[in-house]
Design a protein around this ligand. Structure first.
Ligand code: NCD
Ligand code: ZN
Length: 349
């Protein structure tokens, strides 16, 4: 994007403290390295623990949540998602609702993304679970990509939305659904067509980057994520939706750190944005001349969707271009962020 346009340097905007409705914090030493980047600027976050092996019971999930609480201050409230498998029992939904900190069950189509091997192989297998969720008001968080290997990677979201998500919505019209990290025009249009119980998160990287970023200069593993970055017309549709003021679209960074070995040798998908996420979102909204729409997207609509009170604290963002580190410590290794070595135009004051 052009860095010389937009509002003058030094401009400040103060907004309600935001929440991140989709983030991966990993565990152990890796979590310790990155959790502060989420827990400091965000008041609450919806954590996606797609660990190996997966966390599939509320009991395991609470122990994982305690790990996060042990590494963060009282001001941060981590909400949880439970990983759905073919074997998940409807009673796990009842336990999740009773717990209160679990705000969604996560549907990973088996094989669609990082650590999704234990995910759902056929959505009809979880119909009894979806039935209970609909009944009790528990949200379904969806990784909306088909894992059918015959489908082109750039078509995976569209095919999933047309074939699978449409079926889920038809079968369970009152189920609360979040199409996570929506990346395509078709995904946006699908969400817009539904009632208020269907919404989507949008990442900062999908708002700012198109698929050229994967190949700029050389192959750029830090820009490889799932769903994959799309062409410019899709990016523009996402930007339009995010800045439209529609409560159906809200902030979810999908910040997903991987160490350099996992990125370079294992081809892991996931963009690490947490340390600069709010600065990147502010850039995107500035680019769309819609900074006045940032607060709703970042701080209001997600809470409204999940039936939670809006935060009362505020934060101030300042347009103060600064250099993004080349890499950040991550466990005993390093993680390369989006914008590595480049400039981010905004920061939290
Ligand atoms: C995520 C990860 O690494 O955990 N990867 C990604 O590319 N977004 C998983 C996910 O959200 O799909
Ligand atoms: Zn994710």
């Amino acid at each position: 994007m052009s860095t010389n346009q937009g509002v003058p340097e030094g401009t400040e905007i103060t907004i309600t403290k935001p929440d991140d409705w989709h983030v991966h914090l990993r565990d152990g030493a890796e979590m310790k390295s990155v959790v502060g980047y989420t827990a400091t600027p965000f008041r609450r976050a919806l954590i996606m623990p797609n660990l190996e092996p997966p966390i599939t019971t509320i009991y395991q999930l609470m122990s994982y949540r305690n790990q996060i609480l042990g590494m963060t201050s009282h001001g941060f409230n981590p909400f949880m998602t439970l990983y759905l498998t073919n074997m998940t029992s409807p009673d796990e939904v009842t336990r999740a609702v009773a717990d209160g900190s679990v705000k969604a069950m996560k549907l990973y189509p088996a094989g669609a993304t990082t650590n999704s091997a234990a995910g759902v192989t056929d959505i009809t297998k979880i119909y009894p679970v979806l039935e209970r969720m609909q009944e009790l008001g528990m949200a379904l968080s969806v990784h909306g990509e088909t894992s059918d290997p015959s489908v082109d990677p750039f078509d995976r979201e569209r095919v999933f939305v047309e074939n699978q998500l449409q079926r889920i919505v038809d079968e369970f019209p009152d189920l609360k659904i979040v199409l996570e990290h929506v990346s395509t025009i078709e995904g946006i249009q699908f969400v817009e067509r539904q009632c208020g119980n269907v919404a989507a998160t949008i990442t900062a990287h999908h708002l700012l980057l198109n698929r050229k970023a994967i190949f700029v200069g050389c192959l750029r593993p830090e820009h490889f994520c799932l769903p994959i970055l799309q062409s410019e017309n899709h990016r523009l549709a996402l930007l339009k939706a995010a800045t439209s003021g529609s409560p159906k679209f809200f902030l979810g960074t999908d910040s997903a750190p991987h160490n350099k070995h996992a990125k370079h040798n294992l081809g892991r998908g996931g963009c690490f944005t947490a340390p600069v996420a709010l600065g990147l979102y502010a850039e995107a909204f500035e680019q769309a001349e819609a900074l006045d729409k940032l607060e709703g997207f970042a701080s209001h609509f997600g809470a409204d969707f999940y039936g939670l009170p809006r935060n009362t604290e505020t934060i101030t963002l300042i347009k103060d271009p600064c250099v993004v580190p080349l890499e950040y410590p991550f466990g005993g290794d390093w993680v390369v962020p989006v914008r590595s070595g480049g400039m981010v135009q905004w920061r939290v004051k």
